[in-house]
Design a protein around this ligand. Structure first.
Ligand code: D41
Length: 679
């Protein structure tokens, strides 16, 4: 074997340490320390060294996170310190009861002024519990919880999880440390995984917990490596160290310093009433978290008190879980209706027996399209599992086939539009079936008008969805152009509209005539043309007529316009009905300031991406965005190494720190306004 030169050994150790640190910044702190390109460069250097000197490669090398050879089975692992389970409290009374029992055991009740107990409150992550063993700071074993006494050795799999340190960092590293925590799949990762599975014709996972547990049980660690799993540490089993934290919170803080991810919402409170308050606060935030939680765990914070309290059977006396309403429930599919959208898309909507799930009562769920119906294998009358988490749209996660009744009916996708009876067609390669009725279809007319009137389009205040439905149903309007002929008297004649609202509405319609070219493009409801593309068209063509006249080739010359959007734009303006509506809108007085072609040619910020973060005091954020887009800049929601400039106002947080890390220039609002006056 080639002798490894000393300087290579030094380089190798340094590279490993640096990569582990970058990894920690990125996956644990959520705060990248270097651009991805730099990380990739160092990783390649490391891999080159390992290729040149194969004997260098150690298990703690960051290169090993991609997974290795598949196993034929998992070994069993005995937990020397048992992994306890958690008792549940199902009501506030049971929580008060828990507090009383803790105090009784500690003899607090006998004291005159019974002191309150300090509790550490933490979200109960919905994933799979694991044990990670570190000897002298190196990860030597990962194991599932199993039955609490015996689990399975999943070392190869846990190594692939980026938020798990393979080597501890910081001071006072314990000679022996067994960390317990939850491995979970954030919702975004879960959605991405299911999208991929469905595209590949595979079965989707019902929820992130199943997906996380399934990912850990893979014999091929390369599969685990491909799943965006995360881990949060929440307790310690075996522990031999020079320091001994005195509280649960301080133990978590120590774990954080050694490189583990700790849940960001952990809080220490005094007394059980404050625990209930924490529960309410987290219940409100639950839908906005990036991951599923199924409840709150309360733990006596003082580790000495924990020891005095001990455990019964398999659960500690010093901890309890209080569950949230379940995110999955069973109910029945009563019927399927088909709704027609603005672009004619026919969407099947499930009518369900109402069920309380994820904190709300659900009676409808979208079934997306015909493929989804096939994939789920669902029939009317079936019992289904509804899942509602985070995203407010409930989904049918699974059909319970065992419960299918004898009279279950197949779902038949209509070949005629349920609104206008035109034929329903499905274009090659598209999942969506569409009504071919275009503007003859009442449903499409309604949706087109609702879109036209919406805030980011023509912004007609007071023209809500219900009123649009009414106006179209009563034949008062047939297109967006007819809005501008509406008279107050006519509106008062319609049921539900008072005189004042009628005059206000006519005034709002009138006021909407003054718009911008970008908003007008967006308002037309051309398929795939959102706000950004509307702005792109305005910036690049300067006038409506220039876009009407453009062919697909000309459109394709514009950055950000691809062949599909180009085709939709050309088709839209080739349609004589659309052109006559545009003509009528212009005649009604809809107008926008022309974009100066010279100024446009010199768009000074063209090609730049800007990010606005924090509050703005003088200008509104929408105005700042408009101004930047007029100057040709793209306005993005997140900072990357490619960001040209960040405008940060008061309260700017992670985006600002990321900009500083990546050395992206930052200005405040005053500087921004000054900048605008110069360009
Ligand atoms: O977030 C969790 N799922 C979580 C689980 C947590 N935050 N803390 C936990 N603490 C414990 C004790 C008190 C026994 C150390 C737990 C669990 N146990 C647990 N998870 C699965 C079984 C037990």
């Amino acid at each position: 074997m080639a002798k490894i030169p000393e300087h290579v050994l030094v380089d190798y150790e340094r590279l490993k340490d640096e990569l582990n640190q970058h990894n920690h910044s990125y996956y644990v702190l959520d705060d990248p320390s270097v651009p991805d390109s730099e990380y990739d460069r160092q990783m390649r250097l490391l891999q080159d060294l390992e290729a040149q000197y194969p004997s260098l490669t150690t298990a703690d090398s960051p290169s090993q996170r991609v997974g290795g050879e598949a196993l034929s089975s998992f070994d069993q692992v005995r937990h020397d310190v048992p992994m306890l389970s958690l008792d549940n409290a199902f009501s506030d009374e049971e929580l008060v009861d828990f507090d009383r029992k803790v105090k009784d055991r500690l003899n607090y009740s006998a004291q005159k002024e019974s002191p309150e107990i300090e509790f550490a409150c933490e979200p109960k992550l919905d994933g799979a519990a694991v044990s990670l063993l570190y000897r002298d700071g190196l990860l030597v074993r990962g194991a599932t919880r199993g039955d609490g006494t015996v689990g399975e050795d999943i070392t190869a799999n846990v190594r692939t999880i980026n938020s798990i340190p393979i080597k501890l960092v910081g001071d006072n590293i314990p000679s022996l440390l067994e960390v317990r925590g939850e491995i979970y799949l954030p919702r975004a990762g879960f959605d991405a995984l299911n999208t991929k599975a469905i595209a590949a014709g595979e079965k989707a996972f019902v929820n992130p917990r199943n997906a996380a547990a399934g990912s850990l049980r893979q014999l091929d660690s390369k599969i685990t490596a491909s799943r965006p799993l995360e881990m949060c540490a929440y307790s310690v089993g075996q522990f031999e160290a020079d320091i001994t934290p005195d509280t649960h919170l301080n133990m978590l803080v120590a774990l954080g310093r050694w490189g583990f991810k700790i849940n960001e919402h952990v809080e220490v409170v005094s007394g059980i009433a404050a625990c209930e308050d924490y529960y309410q606060r987290m219940a409100e935030r639950r839908d906005n978290l990036a991951y599923d939680i199924d409840g709150i765990v309360y733990k006596v914070n003082d580790l000495k008190l924990q020891e005095r309290l001990g455990f019964v059977a398999k659960a500690p006396r010093w901890a309890i879980a209080r569950k949230f309403p379940a995110q999955e429930e069973m109910t029945k599919l009563l019927d399927v209706e088909f709704q027609v959208g603005r672009t004619g898309a026919v969407t099947p909507v499930a009518r369900l027996e109402p069920v309380f799930v994820g904190g709300v009562t659900v009676s409808n769920a979208t079934l997306h399209n015909g493929d989804e119906i096939k994939r789920l294998g669902i029939c009317i009358g079936d019992t289904v599992i509804i899942r509602r988490a985070g995203d407010v749209i409930p989904k049918i996660a699974k059909v319970v086939l065992e419960k299918r009744p004898a009279d279950a009916r197949e779902i038949v996708f209509p070949d005629r539009c349920p609104v206008c009876e035109s034929s329903v067609k499905r274009a090659e390669g598209e999942a969506v079936a569409r009504c071919s009725g275009g503007l003859f279809c009442g449903a499409q007319i309604k949706q087109a008008i609702k879109h036209f009137a919406s805030r980011k389009a023509m912004d007609i205040d007071g023209l809500g969805d219900k009123l649009v439905d009414l106006l179209v149903d009563k034949n008062a309007i047939f297109s967006v152009a007819d809005l501008y002929d509406l008279k107050a008297e006519q509106l008062i004649g319609l049921e539900r509209l008072a005189e004042k609202s009628a005059t206000n509405l006519v005034a709002a319609i009138d006021a909407s005539k003054k718009t911008t070219l970008a908003k007008f493009f967006f308002s037309l409801g051309i398929r795939e043309v959102g706000e950004t593309t509307g702005q792109t068209l305005a910036n690049n063509f300067g006038s409506l007529d220039a876009v009407i006249e453009a062919d697909a080739e000309t459109l394709l010359e514009v950055d950000d316009i691809g062949p599909i959007v180009a085709r939709h734009i050309v088709n839209f303006f080739r349609n004589p009905d659309n052109l006559s509506i545009i003509q009528a809108l212009r005649e009604a007085g809809v107008q926008w300031p022309d974009i100066d072609q010279n100024a446009q040619a010199s768009q000074p910020l063209k090609g730049q991406t800007w990010v606005l973060t924090g509050g703005m005091e003088v200008m509104s954020r929408a105005e700042a965005k408009d101004r930047l887009q007029d100057l040709g800049a793209k306005v993005a929601g997140s900072v990357s190494a490619k960001t040209a400039q960040v405008v940060a106002g008061p309260g700017a947080g992670s985006k600002l720190s990321k900009a500083q890390k990546l050395e992206v220039p930052v200005m405040d609002e005053a500087e921004f306004i000054e900048f605008l006056s110069r360009v």
